[in-house]
Design a protein around this ligand. Sequence first.
Ligand code: ZN
Length: 115
Amino acid sequence: MSPSICNKCNKEKEMYYKEWCPRCDKPEVKKIESLNLIQVLRYLECNGYPGIKDRIWAYCADIYNFHNDSSFYLGFPDPDIDSRIDYENGVYDDLMTIKNSFNIEDDGILMDVSW
Ligand SMILES: [Zn+2]
């Protein structure tokens, strides 16, 4: 199926996930949701989840390459698959605690790291 013709400018549309006219459809700045990793962990630690800071910090430092003033995409376990076995002691529950405490519906969230 070839792309259709833009009905505003008659230019052939391009496929970019969906049909898109490079002349008429100006890209929009996306607002990306993010959380501050240290604040998230301190907040949860002070609100009924002792030890979460050390566990998740160690987990993230092991898997994601981050440093001061950086960001990474923290993925959550798929609740439809029992993937508990893929995570060390407590980390599965900790990740689900973060997901649920901040009402995150996506499969992950961008975490800002700064100290
Ligand atoms: Zn157009």
